[in-house]
Design a protein. Sequence first.
Length: 155
Amino acid sequence: MRNALAVSLTWIWIACTPVSKEQKGQTAPSADTTLASGASEVAQAPAEPMAKIQFDKLEHDFGKIREGEKVSYRFKVTNPGTVPLRITDVKPSCGCTAPAWTKEPIPPGGEGFVEVVFDSQGRSGEQMKTVTVFANTDPPSHLLRFRGEVIPAKQ
């Protein structure tokens, strides 16, 4: 309630503040105008082109896995864009998955990887896990999935 009152009072104060005759006719300075001190304003630089990312596949099936077994799969990553692709982070959905990935920028037309290692210790039954890949792309995150059926070690 206090926040709403404070916001309302702020807007009323802004709306009621008088504007001098000098301010009424002025427009905002353009990016190339020179300041009174002689320094030029810096124009905002255009946004850097976004990289593109492509995976050989978005999902991998390990099939049947014995409990306690560690399995891995390497997703192939390609850069079909015109600027270097940088994979900045890879976040697994749980602690049973350890990711690795290409740390160096992937040049246009180049290839890299995202590898997942799944530890089935303490798991049983159908497992579906994900890793989120973050890169200098639009959108900035991409979801990779893998699955497998963990067979209990006692069978």
